[in-house]
Design a protein around this ligand. Structure first.
Ligand code: ZN
Length: 387
């Protein structure tokens, strides 16, 4: 195994991994305190580096020019999603400020395909950046594309397609969100869990357990999408959410094929992220994930090359590399934080996953390259919404 890279996805059903490669933190108070101390120490160093002009020096260096920063985004908040899951969501105004900073400071945002080719050829322009968005949720279309248009920045969006044609919320993701809306309460479990006992929603752990219990009941009855909708409707009513409006606003949904077709071709490259948001270790299942994903995406954007891949849940493994090559996939992005160089395996490209948890200074330090030089704590990982 190469790396169990950070789980950064809202859609995962896989067990926890960490941000920088090691096993997930234990979530204890000590763990949290240790994270806070490292973050405070990093900010202390970065503030002094900024004052001394070192961030600017790194930004303009030949060292940085030989490197590519790939930024990875997940959700863009349409309402309060960044409060629900700050590790995965960013507010539109924060994303705009990031884009503005890149423009004001001469960062060159290149399409990923061109950026990787020029990285390997040694012809990158100074301060190169590539933008990527994971999953293909509708907030990308609603909140991301207008910003890309305004700034003229190209981006790659990796779309997982199982829920795309169904035009219903991604079940586990919507379930987690609704349980968060009901936080601090106790709701009736009848019709939601097998034991029908009251469900406590006071702590994150209780809400995680509630998702598992709701999933377990659904597993027993194997009711398909209709049951998913009925379950979400019942849950929404228990936590006081207007589910008809939730559906009408297409919250927690993947872009439909028609929406995929509407994405501006001059700015947005639609690429592979598996059909069911998973990378199976059985070759036949792995192949099926790529083939099904490719078939649906080909309808999104006929005649376009589908040769770029994003590992769902950031999970990478040596076994996947020849399989990806068999499918004529040329690039693969991970959630391993770092800058890519000419010698980086193009199927294992590092990315900085940007979200509400990253401060302005940390973001700017990463753009300059300085961020990659600071120690990154092993063993920390924000919990995936889908776990
Ligand atoms: Zn994903």
């Amino acid at each position: 195994m190469i790396a169990a890279t950070p789980e950064k996805s809202r859609l995962s059903t896989l067990p926890p991994r960490n941000v920088n490669g090691g096993p997930a933190g234990n979530g204890s108070i000590e763990d949290h305190a240790s994270r806070s101390r490292l973050k405070a120490a990093k900010l202390w160093v970065l503030e002094r580096a900024e004052r001394a002009g070192l961030i600017r020096v790194a930004r303009d260096s030949s060292w940085r020019q030989k490197r590519l920063l790939i930024l990875g985004y997940h959700g863009i908040s349409l309402t309060d999603e960044h409060e629900w899951c700050p590790e995965l969501y960013i507010r539109p105004e924060t994303l705009r400020a990031r884009f503005q900073h890149m423009r004001d400071n001469g960062y060159q945002v290149l399409p990923l395909r061109e950026a990787v080719e020029r990285l390997r050829a040694g012809t990158l322009p100074p301060r190169s950046v590539a933008l990527t968005f994971d999953d293909g949720t509708r907030d990308f279309l609603v909140a991301g594309v207008p910003l890309l248009r305004e700034f003229g920045f190209p981006a790659t969006v990796y779309v997982t397609t199982y829920y795309s044609a169904k035009e219903v919320p991604v079940f586990r993701m919507a379930c987690r969100y609704l349980l968060w809306v009901g936080r601090g309460t106790q709701i009736c479990g009848e019709g939601l869990t097998a034991d029908c006992q009251p469900i406590e929603l006071h702590t994150p752990e209780q809400r995680d357990a509630a998702v598992d219990a709701i999933e377990a009941r659904r597993g027993e009855i194997a009711g398909g999408v209709d049951d998913e909708l009925a379950t979400l409707r019942l849950l929404a009513s228990r936590v006081g959410v207007d589910f008809d409006r939730f559906l009408a606003e297409r919250r927690q949904q993947i872009m439909s094929p028609a929406e995929g077709r509407s994405l501006p071709r001059d700015l947005v490259d639609v690429q592979l992220h598996t059909h069911r948001h998973k990378v199976p270790f059985r070759k036949a299942s792995f192949d099926r994930e790529i083939e099904d994903n490719r078939r649906v995406l080909a309808a999104f954007r006929p005649d376009e090359q589908l040769d770029a891949f994003c590992y769902p849940n950031g999970l990478t493994d040596v076994r996947f590399l020849p399989w990806l090559k068999e499918h004529s996939i040329r690039t693969g992005v991970t959630c391993e934080a770092g800058l890519a160089t000419a010698t980086t395996d193009p199927l294992l490209l590092p990315r900085l996953v940007d979200s509400s948890t990253l401060s302005r200074l940390e973001f700017e330090a990463w753009l300059s390259g300085v961020g990659s030089l600071l120690p990154m704590r092993r063993g920390r990982r924000p919990k995936s919404i889908e776990e």
